[in-house]
Ligand binder design. Structure first.
Ligand SMILES: [Zn+2]
Length: 318
């Protein structure tokens, strides 16, 4: 009888442990990340390098879902990241869109020069951008600021983080396909295709990431960089203090509202605290227009976005 009861308690504890594990990410020990992203890394970010990547992507032409330019962009990122010691993985999936079933590809990258990383596990941090551009049949939409800019920032971030192994092993880079809606606006069924799929697959990993950072439209110094209203409170505080530290408080603004973007599935589906940084596109006359071209972004704004992100990561790993 005692034996049965004891076994019952063990079974109950096991069930509680399992259900707790299902509810939230598996904790990663603080000791493993402490001091891994140094203050010295912050000044190493080059806006010029980030710009060069945006320029290279732009040269392929518009990169909406299913386009040849999207494939060329994937190959470009794979080559650049491999040269920096990062391994990449294509996450292919099918999605139902208003124009029928489509094939999509997210690109994931981890710093692991010697061996293949364990894709079933996770790094503490996710650093994300979308790679696709909005589909327009009637004109050529290059999507320089939306979202070539954040893609370029991520590749330069890969260089900075892996230089002298600055915490690169704590970061997974994610380039989402299909962020843009096929029809005019993002809704529950159209848009965020890549992030919805990626978030659904995180359940299958043995270890979950702890924090997500999503960058979008980050290369224009003339429009404020917004901290999305649904950003996790702790991350809001960190980002505001990081902006003050870098004297960027006049550019980086807290937004009162949620802006629908790739962070939403990460928060809602994968239960991750996320920092959403997005340029205030409502002040950009060129947003989703043919005029989203290279003259809209600057080395300085790309550098400031890179430095701000590194400062936040530095503070989170202090
Ligand atoms: Zn867009």
């Amino acid at each position: 009888m005692i034996k049965t009861t004891f076994a019952g308690i063990i079974a109950l504890l096991f069930l509680v442990a399992c259900s707790e594990k299902k509810e939230g990410p598996t904790p990663i020990s603080r000791a493993s990340i402490t001091g891994t992203i140094s203050a010295e890394a912050i000044d190493k970010f080059s806006g010029k390098n980030a710009f060069t990547h945006v320029e290279a992507l732009t040269a392929f032409g518009p990169r909406p879902i299913g386009s040849e330019a999207y494939q060329l962009s994937l190959q470009y990122l794979e080559t650049e990241l491999a040269n920096l010691g990062w391994k990449t993985k294509r996450q292919n999936f099918n999605g139902i869109t208003p124009i029928g079933p489509q094939k999509f590809t997210n690109l994931l990258a981890r710093y692991s020069p010697e061996s293949e990383p364990d894709w079933n596990s996770s790094t503490p941090f996710l650093l994300c951008s979308h790679l696709d551009t909005k589909l327009y049949a009637e004109f050529e939409f290059l999507g320089v600021n939306d979202s070539g800019s954040s893609t370029g920032v991520l590749v330069e971030m890969a260089r900075v983080l892996s230089d002298k192994n600055e915490g690169a092993k704590n970061v997974e880079l994610v380039f989402f396909d299909g962020e843009e809606a096929i029809l005019k606006n993002i809704n529950q069924k159209d848009g965020l295709y890549g992030s919805r799929y990626y978030a659904s697959q995180l359940d299958k990993r043995s270890v979950k990431p702890q924090i997500g950072i999503v960058l979008d439209i980050v290369g224009d110094p003339k429009i404020p960089l917004l901290i999305g209203g649904d950003t996790h409170q702790k991350l809001k505080t960190h980002t505001q203090s990081a902006a003050s530290k870098l004297s960027l408080q006049n550019w980086v603004k807290l937004h009162p509202m949620t802006i629908i973007d790739d962070h939403v599935p990460l928060m809602n589906r994968a239960n991750l605290p996320v920092l959403h940084l997005i340029g205030n596109f409502s002040e950009a006359t060129y947003w989703h227009k043919k005029s989203d071209t290279l003259d809209k972004i600057t080395f300085g704004a790309l550098k400031n976005t890179g430095k701000l992100t590194l400062q936040v990561l530095h503070q989170l790993t202090k």
